[in-house]
Write a protein that binds this ligand. Structure first.
Ligand SMILES: [Zn+2]
Length: 443
């Protein structure tokens, strides 16, 4: 069959609830899904493409549950003034950068982030886009980049009132149009949520309109929540409710919604997040970089909140983010044993659940019926690798090696560390450099 792929000779780390370490097994993918995981001799007369994973580990592809592809062009930017707090970081850097973005910038910055993701075995991204001077068509341009790279992505436009009524209206329309488009397309590659920047940049009137559109389209929302204390201060000053309570009032929370960060939330807000089944996405590297604090992942998990892991665009390497998440929980708790299962679950169990809600596929496990999303890492374990210590090998060993092969929906996107796409990476980088240089001039 032309749509089949057989991965053989590797050590298969199935992950998932029944997490197993399988040696001498092959993984058969057909039409985008894993159809068989069996001892090598059990798969006979195979005629499709074979991937030899000898000396390597075979894992489910990673999911980045919160990122911003548009920030690719911030690399090496020296023009931003030093900031004293998070609001200054937004004003001095991100809002200056995103306000200068064109649609072509959006497309190329997405390509850069997506190609990087492939290089790190990340196969699904949940993105949050902003380009206030080029709102209309921005999500379509990112979608084109996603389809050209063969990954999966869930996109949204980050609606806010910070640029006035006309641009807020465009943000509402771009979200609604793109959600409708994805529903019509109904494929498992590109999905949408309704994007909002954050509570403190969205007025009651705009929040109400967004909620109405979102509910009519039966979609979830993707919003930054209590990233800094200032978000809470604003919410309390405007209406007397805390951020999560305010979002609850507008019915923005729910099992299809994502609340990124949730650092400065209290116990009642954690309960509301759990009750409404809202997913929280933790982004430790970004939070440390912005000096906004470390989310209490242990407490959130204890209260039954589904906590996933994102990078907020600091990296596309989920294992790097996992490590920092772990150090952050240790530091926060003042305990070098705290949070191991909570943060490894965030990446390995909860991100697949969050993506599963959006894409309607089984992720995070190599088993029959799961998405054919696979990352193969060049890792020949120098210590015993068994069922009970896979997460330890991921944090301390596999994270220190390189992704060798990345497969999404049965399509090989990189093999032997070489991209296998109809894209010329050098030309993409050339054009990106040119665009970034012009963007920096406009800032
Ligand atoms: Zn973010």
């Amino acid at each position: 069959m032309s749509n089949s792929l057989l991965i053989e000779n590797g050590t298969v780390l199935t992950l998932g609830k029944a997490s197993k370490v399988l040696r001498g097994h092959s993984v058969l993918i057909e039409n985008g899904l894993v159809v068989k995981v069996a001892p090598k001799p059990a798969i006979k007369n195979f005629r499709g493409r074979r991937i030899d994973a000898a000396g390597k580990v075979v894992l489910p592809g990673f999911i980045n549950a919160h990122t911003h592809c548009y920030s690719s062009f911030a690399r090496g930017l020296t023009k931003a003034r030093p900031s004293r707090d998070f609001n200054q970081v937004l004003k001095n850097l991100w809002w200056r950068l995103d306000s200068a973005l064109t649609t072509e910038d959006g497309y190329y910055s997405a390509l850069i982030a997506l190609l990087d993701s492939i290089r790190h075995g990340t196969t699904t991204l949940i993105d949050h886009h902003a380009s206030p001077q080029a709102v209309v068509g921005s999500l379509g341009a990112i979608e084109r980049a996603v389809r050209e790279t063969g990954l999966r992505a869930c996109l949204c436009y980050e609606l806010s009132d910070r640029d006035g009524a006309r641009i807020a209206k465009e943000g509402l329309a771009e979200n609604a149009w793109f959600i409708h488009r994805c529903q019509l397309q109904n494929d498992s590659r590109v999905k949408a949520l309704f994007g909002l920047h954050a509570s403190f940049t969205v007025s009651d009137a705009t929040m109400e309109k967004a909620a109405a559109f979102g509910h009519e389209l039966r979609t979830g929302f993707h919003i930054h929540v209590a990233e800094a204390q200032s978000d809470q201060d604003w919410a309390l000053r405007h209406g007397g409710k805390r951020v999560v309570e305010r979002l609850k009032k507008f019915e923005i929370l729910g099992p299809r919604s994502i609340a990124a960060h949730c650092i400065h939330v209290n116990q009642r807000e954690m309960e509301l997040l759990a009750e409404t089944k809202t997913a929280v996405v933790h982004n430790p590297q970004s939070n440390l970089n912005n000096a906004v604090g470390v989310a209490n992942v242990i407490e959130l998990a204890k209260r039954g909140v589904l906590v996933g892991l994102g990078t907020d665009a600091i990296t596309t390497n989920m294992l790097e983010e996992l490590r920092v998440a772990l150090w952050g929980q240790h530091l926060r708790a003042g305990n070098p044993s705290a949070g191991f299962s909570e943060v490894t679950d965030a990446l390995l169990a909860n991100n697949p659940r969050i993506a599963g809600r959006i894409f309607g596929l089984r992720f995070g496990e190599i088993c029959e019926g799961a998405a054919g999303d696979i990352a193969i890492f060049d890792y020949d374990p120098p210590t015993p690798l068994e069922r009970g210590n896979v997460a330890g090998h991921l944090v301390f060993g596999i994270s220190q090696t390189q992704a060798d092969t990345t497969i999404c929906g049965g399509r090989v996107l990189m093999a032997n560390r070489k991209l296998a796409l109809n894209l010329d990476e050098a030309r993409v980088n050339d054009r990106a450099r040119e665009l970034a240089k012009n963007l920096w001039k406009r800032m």
